[in-house]
Design a protein around this ligand. Structure first.
Ligand SMILES: *[C@@H]1O[C@H](CO)[C@@H](O)[C@H](O)[C@H]1NC(C)=O
Ligand SMILES: *[C@@H]1O[C@H](CO)[C@@H](O)[C@H](O)[C@H]1NC(C)=O
Length: 340
């Protein structure tokens, strides 16, 4: 009987291996799937991203794994051997899965919600957040989040987060399960909304985890650095957030000899907060003590060393506020790597 199963598994494996694309990795000797109706059926799909419905990103898993992790199947993926599994974190519950989605559609009321995400294995030492949208009420003039906020129980790179954020990523070191806490105040009418993916990363040389201390880690030959609360509400309400301490790191790509940076027109931090630019001592403390009246965009090229910015926004007593046209805005920094 056992021999017969081995034969059947081996034969099915040969057939399947022939039709699977490079994007599907078989890591188990006991193959086969629903379609052969075998009790030994396990196809290990390389847990790659896939397109779920509504423009969302899921993980390609077998149907069994998807259900085991409390996910919802959407489209087929992995040449039809997997389902694009969307694991939506449970409100006030515990979730277990990679690329878990913390999601709440538009609402306007006061809530207190936690989402707990358990690590897949003890060797998970970092998470990467991909924030598609985080719409919370704005910070106070001093950059503190008092009406609405999100906090995370791991790492101390960021304190309370609020305001309007779109399309940024962020890395946090983790040592146990991760608890996200959201608070919104009933007293303020505002449309809140969030969609945040949480990737679990192992700390090994194979992984894509960020170097120690880097809250953000950019790679590729060009890009735009954007931090929390990066959406301009076109009022005077655009402030950088208080209680932040991390590095923004840009990987220096092979074959490129320098990186040119261009900062957004309005960015200039208040002088009691720290914003260090990489190896550009003359620009290190380019800051203001009252809202800037006229500034030109800073551009500079850094030719050697670590490409790291340091964000140390720790002075919650100063005004992080300006006025329309004269704000202490968030940085938005474009970079391009220059070939040797
Ligand atoms: C494999 O994945 C890449 C990127 O996700 C995609 O561009 C490519 O078409 C895929 N190949 C196959 C054979 O599905
Ligand atoms: C989680 O998914 C990401 C990509 O979506 C991948 O790089 C990472 O290795 C996965 N983590 C684990 C533990 O499989």
């Amino acid at each position: 009987m056992l021999v017969w199963w081995w034969w059947r598994v081996a034969a099915a494996g040969t057939v399947l291996a022939g039709v699977l694309s490079q994007n599907v990795t078989l890591t188990s000797t006991s193959l086969v799937n629903q379609f052969l109706l075998s009790p030994l059926a396990v196809v290990r799909l390389e847990n790659s991203n896939c397109d779920a419905d509504l423009g969302r990103t899921g993980t390609c898993l077998t149907l069994f794994e998807c259900y085991a992790r409390g996910g919802v199947k959407t489209n087929l993926c992995g040449n039809g051997f997997g389902v694009c599994c969307l694991i939506v974190a449970k409100e006030n519950g515990v979730s277990y899965g990679n690329n878990t989605l913390i999601l709440k559609d538009k609402f306007d009321s006061g809530v207190d919600i936690t989402y707990t995400i358990r690590r897949l294995m003890p060797s998970i030492c970092q998470i990467r957040l991909d924030v598609r949208r985080l719409y919370l009420y704005r910070p106070e003039n001093n950059g503190k989040c008092e009406t609405d906020y999100m906090t995370i129980n791991q790492d101390d790179k960021i304190g309370k987060i609020c305001g309007l954020t779109e399309n940024i990523h962020f890395y946090l070191d983790v040592t146990s399960e991760v608890v996200f806490t959201f608070h919104t105040s009933a007293g303020v009418s505002f449309t809140r909304d969030w969609e945040i993916y949480v990737q679990q990363l192992m700390c090994d040389f194979m992984s894509t985890n960020a170097p120690q201390g880097c809250g953000q880690w950019y790679w590729g030959t060009s890009g735009t650095i954007d931090i929390w609360n990066n959406v301009d509400p076109t009022t005077a309400d655009w402030y950088y957030l208080n209680d932040q301490s991390y590095a923004i790191c840009v990987r220096w790509e092979a074959g490129y000899c320098s990186i040119s940076y261009t900062e957004s027109l309005q960015f200039r931090p208040f002088c009691s907060d720290l914003f260090e630019r990489p190896f550009t001592t003359t620009l290190l403390r380019t800051c203001d003590t009252s809202p800037p009246t006229s500034i030109t965009p800073l551009t500079y090229t850094v030719t050697e060393g670590l490409q790291e910015f340091f964000v140390g926004f720790k002075d919650g007593s100063n005004l992080h506020q300006g006025s329309p046209g004269l704000p202490f805005q968030n940085p938005s920094i474009m970079y391009v790597q220059n070939q040797c």
